[in-house]
Write a protein that binds this ligand. Structure first.
Ligand code: G3P
Ligand code: MG
Length: 357
């Protein structure tokens, strides 16, 4: 990273502010850039391509390793994004590796959820797609699905074509990590209820629930469709309601992602490291209440998630709300008012740079 954040001539002062960008509904809708995001992001780089303003992407989305997302974003936005500048909802799952050591873990969600966890250091991970494929008839609706779902097909439950890497019929699942938005909700709700109700062994008797984690809890988010789409929080509600009906105890779970204050604390630390990399020898412009940045702007589209999170995190966080995603109001959000409300991310950057530079 350091070589890309090169600096030339007399050392400029370390920037007194940093920026965190939400992705869905601010930078992209689906895979398409919105709100002048490529131009806005390019303004944060010098002409030689080095980073001028410390910034990162703070999204509740994910499903691919951070280095892959950095490459995707670099291509879409036409700048060089480093993996350290990408914080997914699931990025803090790294901290759970030691908790599970050699335990069998199930990874759920779109993209490459098992590859993401394997990259974080989890040793024994199966995606819910692979795991489900070993259990014959676990999804009674599979034959009606028009897409191709790998099926176990002999009487011993295990397919001759598909061999599990682990003895999934003996070994209990010790943890379930929802990495990204689940794809096949019907199958996933069924299989997760099986795993979570039986102590991690579908088809066996009732036992204590293995730990369950969600990378985020967004009820809705802005994708390519004109109105909001149901997110991981909606899936959590569905799973929780069903689990609580079929069991005589409540589902236990932990949700990560924005608006949790620890997410913002972690992002502030990353931004600080970025700023130090950019200007290793120069001191911070000023310190406010022990923070090296006087302001960190959170540019988001979702009042409940992005703005609420920045408000809860407190100084130096300053929330900026755009109208390109979940929020479409004329004025400010009444429940979670942002410091600034603008139409697009490009407008946000114009205002911030005008104020700060
Ligand atoms: O699935 C993605 C969604 O939950 C939110 O993404 O970038 O708006 O935090 P973002
Ligand atoms: Mg968003």
């Amino acid at each position: 990273l350091a070589h890309r954040l090169s600096h030339s001539g007399a050392a400029p002062a370390r920037p007194s502010f940093g920026i965190a960008f939400d992705i869905d509904g601010v930078i992209l809708r689906g895979r398409s850039p919105i709100g002048g995001s490529p131009q806005a992001i390019r303004r944060l780089y010098s002409e030689d391509g080095s980073l001028k303003i410390p910034f990162l992407f703070l999204t509740n989305g994910g499903g691919v390793p951070e280095h892959k997302r950095a490459l995707e974003l670099s291509e879409i936005l036409g700048v060089n994004i480093s993996p350290t500048q990408v914080v997914h909802g699931h990025s803090p799952y790294r901290e759970l590796v030691n908790r599970f050591e050699n335990d069998l873990i199930i990874a759920v969600g779109k993209g490459e959820p098992a590859a993401v966890l394997a990259e974080y250091g989890f040793r024994k991970v199966l995606s819910i797609d692979e795991y489900s494929s070993y259990f014959r008839e676990i999804d009674p609706l599979a034959p009606f699905k028009k897409w191709i779902v790998p099926q176990a097909d002999n009487q011993n439950l295990m397919s001759e074509k598909v061999h599990p890497s682990y003895d999934v019929f003996e070994e209990r699942v010790k943890g379930v990590l929802i990495v990204s938005d689940p794809v096949d909700w019907g199958r996933d709700l069924q299989v997760l209820c099986d795993i979570l109700s039986t102590g991690g062994l579908p088809g066996s008797g009732r036992r204590d629930q293995p730990p369950l984690y969600f990378a985020a809890d967004d009820l809705e988010y802005q994708a390519a469709f004109p109105s909001e789409r149901l997110g991981m929080g909606a899936f959590r509600i569905a799973l929780e309601s069903i689990f609580n009906q079929v069991n005589d105890h409540q589902l236990k779970y932990v949700s990560y992602g924005k608006p949790n204050p620890f997410v913002f604390k972690n992002a502030a630390n990353i931004l600080e490291k970025l700023a130090i990399c950019m200007h290793p020898s120069s001191p911070p412009a000023k310190e406010v209440e022990g923070h090296r940045f006087s302001t960190i702007y959170m540019i988001g589209d979702n009042p409940k998630v992005d703005i609420n999170g920045a408000l809860k995190a407190g100084p130096p966080w300053s929330p900026v709300l755009t109208r390109t995603g979940v929020f479409r109001g004329k004025e400010n959000d009444s429940q979670y008012p942002a410091d600034l409300v603008v139409d697009t991310v490009e407008d946000a950057i114009n205002c911030i740079l005008e104020k700060e530079c």
